[in-house]
Write a protein that binds this ligand. Structure first.
Ligand SMILES: NC(=O)c1ccc[n+]([C@@H]2O[C@H](COP(=O)([O-])OP(=O)(O)OC[C@H]3O[C@@H](n4cnc5c(N)ncnc54)[C@H](O)[C@@H]3O)[C@@H](O)[C@H]2O)c1
Ligand SMILES: O=C(O)C1=N[C@H](C(=O)O)CCC1
Length: 271
């Protein structure tokens, strides 16, 4: 029992943090050894079982990543970009696998993560669910089969608390479509249309975002041509799908060499 991999969950009070804590507690393959929250949060210093409305479980919520990561074989991190960048260096120092679900990362942020991955295993994906990772592979295949007569438009919908757009998932799907077409997403991405935008450029990959209510996450990839349309869709109805994927990644990463990995690696979804 005691030699099961120890997992630390960052952002423990968050929507995903609570999902992850429950997933780790329910797993027979690992144990919860720490929970982190930001300094000043009212959960700090309390037993996480109690803050989540149940009995004490002997894990105190901390705001000290150095001390908390020292106990971990893996850190599962669904927080915010600035927090994730700091955690990457500290998780590498602690030799812990860093599973990153945080979205809204800039190119510069990703360069920092790549630097940390020279010394540590980092698994990062804008969406950790099996369904979306499979959808990304399908998107790549369909995009490769069709030419630019088919306009590609990606639509995403999320709850009203979400702070970043396009979603990490939409960007993953955009990357997959661009890869299928043999182009760089940077060169063809068209997001945030508003006003007199001019006509759509042939070959562009468009993004639109909806924010409302408690939508967990919905993504469509539309291939629209004259006379016909194809739509690939994923609908998430339960955040447990993301937590399940993240936990799988944390365990998968235990015997891997330092490097940057994604959920295609974890799930064995090659080309
Ligand atoms: N990759 C995926 O599969 C996936 C799935 C769902 C959500 N997400 C992403 O995960 C992130 C979190 O989403 P959420 O809905 O849980 O958000 P949330 O706002 O409910 O939770 C974020 C938590 O992180 C905490 N936090 C922020 N800075 C911190 C710090 N420095 N130290 C410790 N804790 C800190 C906050 O206090 C909060 O509790 C977002 O970027 C979201 O897009 C990814
Ligand atoms: O709730 C969120 O925030 C989600 N974020 C990820 C994204 O940006 O794609 C995954 C879906 C839920």
């Amino acid at each position: 029992m005691t030699d099961l991999p120890g997992i630390v969950v960052t952002g423990g009070s968050g929507r995903m943090g609570q999902m992850l804590i429950n997933a780790v507690k329910a797993s027979e393959a690992c144990k919860l050894v720490g929970v982190l929250e930001r300094s000043g949060h009212d959960w700090i210093g309390q037993d996480v079982g109690v803050t989540m409305g149940g009995a004490a479980i002997g894990v105190t919520v901390s705001d000290d990543p150095v001390e908390t990561f020292a106990k971990a074989q893996a850190v599962i991190d669904f927080t915010a970009p600035a927090a994730t960048i700091g955690f990457a260096e500290l998780a590498a120092q602690a030799r812990a696998v860093h599973v990153i679900g945080t979205t809204g990362l800039t190119e510069d942020d990703i360069a920092h993560l790549d630097a940390a991955a020279r010394h540590a295993v980092i698994v990062r994906a804008g969406n950790m669910s099996l369904g979306v990772n499979l959808l990304a592979k399908l998107t790549k295949k369909v995009a490769a089969a069709l030419d630019e007569d088919f306009d590609i438009e990606i639509t995403e919908a999320h709850h009203h608390h979400k702070v970043d757009a396009p979603s990490g998932t939409a960007l993953m799907l955009g990357e997959a479509a661009a890869e299928g077409r043999g182009v760089s997403l940077k060169d063809v991405s068209d997001s945030g249309r508003d006003g007199i935008t001019g006509a759509r450029q042939r070959g562009d990959i468009g993004f639109s975002a909806i924010r409302g209510g408690d939508i967990v996450g919905e993504h469509d990839v539309l291939f629209a041509a004259a006379g016909e349309r194809i739509k690939l869709t994923h609908i998430a109805t339960d955040r447990a799908i993301f937590a399940r994927g993240a936990l799988k990644a944390a365990l998968w990463g235990q015997d891997k060499k330092p490097g940057s990995y994604d959920m295609f690696d974890v799930l064995g979804l090659g080309d």
